[in-house]
Design a binder for this molecule. Structure first.
Ligand code: AHR
Length: 312
């Protein structure tokens, strides 16, 4: 091989993403912590230099992190957007710098050409599955539901609310009597549940809790117990994520059902980016992850044991 031939080989070699910036929301839930762990693991396995920025729940920190990644000239950016709106300007800047952005686990209200793809579940469907489970569980019995919403303005809070309403549509015996944000955290889930219980005759008027994530449900379960009621029995509990702790609660009969959200969003994101960097393969705008319903019938203790080793 002459020098010229070697040079042409080098030039033709596929370019693979090496440095990727990841703007993470924070660590509000067990699910979020697992997503962070798995993103680091997946990056390490692929030899990617991951630049990690924890936004501590603030969009302004995420925008700053994105601008810093752009200034550093990273090969790509992963963004888990805390809220749905307000991203257009910074996404335009990434586009101008020709840095592909992949959304992780939440969607944005921005033109689709501003990001390469979004790796998310069907957030509306998750809520619908939870609603349908409840409708089946209560049959024709009247049921007053209290709802713990996720972070206000986030796509899972908006979509899981809408989905649940779709899931119980046509079941006039089921009514959402209170709905408030618990910000996806255990502490706020407990706090807000305490206020729901107080306002509803110590909880006697509540038939079920729908929480937009398991962490809020776990906090609420504690509040229900402290109010002298039996979670999972006096008050049915359905939530979303399928983190290990909810399986423990299910095994103890204190939670009834959860809809699984995989914390491995980074694997499909890195695969899509690798193909894109290699030969320009454009991924679909939406890479959908699976949503699966689990109930007390699914051997929750065995699932708890399995899940513990998986990034949680
Ligand atoms: O965006 C995904 C949601 O964010 C998870 O369901 C929740 O636990 C997290 O905080």
């Amino acid at each position: 091989w002459g020098t010229a031939a070697l040079a042409s080989l080098v030039l033709a070699a596929p370019s693979v993403a090496q440095t990727i910036g990841f703007s993470q929301i924070g660590s509000e839930s067990g699910w979020r912590a697992a997503e962070t762990t798995l993103t680091h693991q997946q990056a390490e396995e692929r030899g990617i230099d991951l630049k990690f920025a924890d936004a501590q729940q603030k969009q302004e920190n995420q925008i700053k992190a994105l601008r810093s990644f752009i200034a550093q000239g990273v090969d790509a950016i992963l963004l888990a957007p805390v809220v749905a709106t307000g991203w257009d300007a910074v996404l335009e800047e990434a586009k101008e710098a020709e840095i592909p952005v992949v959304l992780l686990d939440r969607t944005v209200d921005a033109p689709e050409d501003l990001y390469l793809t979004a790796v998310t579940s069907d957030l509306v469907h998750e809520g619908a599955v939870a609603g349908q489970w409840l409708a089946k569980a209560v049959g024709d019995e009247p049921c007053n539901v209290v709802e713990l919403q996720g972070t206000t303005g986030s796509s899972p809070a908006i979509d899981r609310k809408a989905g649940f309403e779709q899931g119980i549509a046509g079941h006039d015996n089921i009514k959402i009597i209170r709905s408030q944000t618990g910000d996806f955290t255990r502490t706020k889930g407990k706090e807000v549940m305490e206020s729901f219980l107080k306002a509803e005759d110590g909880g006697k008027n509540i038939c079920a809790l729908y929480a937009h994530n398991d962490d809020m449900a776990v906090g609420a379960i504690q509040a229900i117990k402290e109010a002298g009621l039996k979670p999972g029995d006096d008050i049915l509990v359905v939530s979303i994520d399928a983190v290990p702790d909810i399986f423990k609660s299910m095994a103890e009969g204190e939670a009834n059902a959860t809809v699984e959200l995989t914390p491995n969003m980074a694997g499909p994101a890195f695969d899509a980016l690798a193909a894109y960097m290699k030969d320009g393969t454009v991924p679909p705008k939406w890479i959908q992850t699976e949503s699966k319903l689990y109930t007390q019938e699914d051997d929750p203790m065995a699932i708890y044991e399995q899940k513990k080793g998986l990034g949680y």
